[in-house]
Design a protein around this ligand. Structure first.
Ligand code: COA
Ligand code: MG
Length: 291
């Protein structure tokens, strides 16, 4: 799966910001039709996004579009407008039920077939941001083979559930871990909360570290100043890569010698340790750090 260490939201009606985002070397750009766009700019944003998908060179960045929620009656119109631009993925907000993902899949399938796009080429990423979405999470994860990742929408989740949002984000621990568990169970990526303060690098760094330790594979961001720090935080360090390669090499030799567990620099290595090492090497490869 492609790396999604940082996914940058860009208001869909702002061509200047879209053009800027395209040159940032960020893993993914989310062209937004939902909360980043005022109600009286939605129509304009649909046109700007279609044009950008067709004519702006995003380099190696993934081109994603966040549509409006289905209950607003705007989602279908959004998909009609932007799918002709063949985005790499559609981000579905308020993905509260499996039915919402199935409906998105159905509309994408129809557009792919009508336009001659390769079947299955447009992915889906689900924004998990309500109590109901957590109750339905396993069914949501299983709803479509297009689903590639889950994003935690912290602000909306707090609004929905009565959780008080704090900067330490302790109140989100259950939601963050529950999302990571489901992502792991269904082979999906897990994308962490937004740090809205884009001037305090230490705050961002600390939040990235916690997210990475909790098992997230990437994070949503809202400003160009957050790209580098976030992508670095979700990339294994050179030391971690070297250690992981050593563990995997040692495991091969141990297996050949008939040993399931072996010792490396005073620590036991067994299968789960090897699996973790394999994940680190896979992430380093996805980030282009090793061949
Ligand atoms: N994508 C691309 N470019 C962005 C950007 C973004 N999300 N946010 C800021 N920029 C650009 C600005 O246009 C400016 O470009 P310039 O130097 O070429 O003029 C530069 O980065 C510096 O921006 P700055 O002046 O610090 O911020 P701002 O006041 O222009 O914008 C926000 C601040 C918060 C309004 C803006 O970052 C933003 O719109 N973020 C996304 C919000 C969003 O989508 N929210 C919904 C999802 S949570
Ligand atoms: Mg929201």
């Amino acid at each position: 799966m492609r790396p999604r260490r940082a996914l940058l939201y860009v208001p869909g009606n702002d061509l200047k910001k879209i053009t800027k985002a395209a040159g940032l070397d960020v893993d993914g750009v989310i062209l937004d039709l939902e909360d980043g766009v005022a109600a009286n700019r939605k129509d304009e944003a649909r046109g700007v996004i279609l044009e950008a998908l067709k004519s702006v060179d995003f380099g190696s960045s993934e081109r994603m579009v966040r549509i409006n929620p289905f209950y607003t009656q705007r989602a279908e119109h959004d998909l009609d407008a932007v799918l002709p631009g063949k985005p790499d993925a559609v981000v579905v907000p308020k993905a509260n039920t499996a039915e919402i993902i199935k409906e998105t899949d159905r509309l994408i399938t129809a557009a792919e077939s009508a336009r001659g796009f390769a079947p299955g080429s447009i992915g889906i990423i689900a924004l998990i941001e309500s109590g109901l979405a957590f109750v339905n999470l396993a069914a949501i994860c299983a709803a479509s083979p297009r689903l590639q990742g889950l994003i935690l929408g912290a602000e909306d989740l707090c609004a929905d559930t009565g959780i008080t949002r704090t900067s330490a984000a302790q109140e989100l621990l259950f939601a963050r871990s529950a999302l990571v568990m489901h992502a792991a169970a269904f082979g999906l990526q897990a994308i962490d909360i937004v740090q809205t303060n884009f001037t305090n690098n230490e705050l961002l760094q600390a939040e990235c570290k916690t997210g990475s330790e909790l098992g997230f594979t990437g994070k949503q961001i809202i400003h160009p100043a957050q790209v580098e720090i976030t992508q670095a935080a979700f990339t294994p360090s050179p030391e971690a890569i070297e250690k992981a390669q050593k563990i995997m090499e040692g495991a091969q030799i141990a297996q050949a010698d008939g040993m399931g567990a072996y010792s490396l620099d005073g620590e036991m290595v067994d299968l789960p340790v090897v699996k973790r090492a394999e994940t680190i090497v896979a992430r380093a490869k996805a980030a282009g750090l090793i061949a």
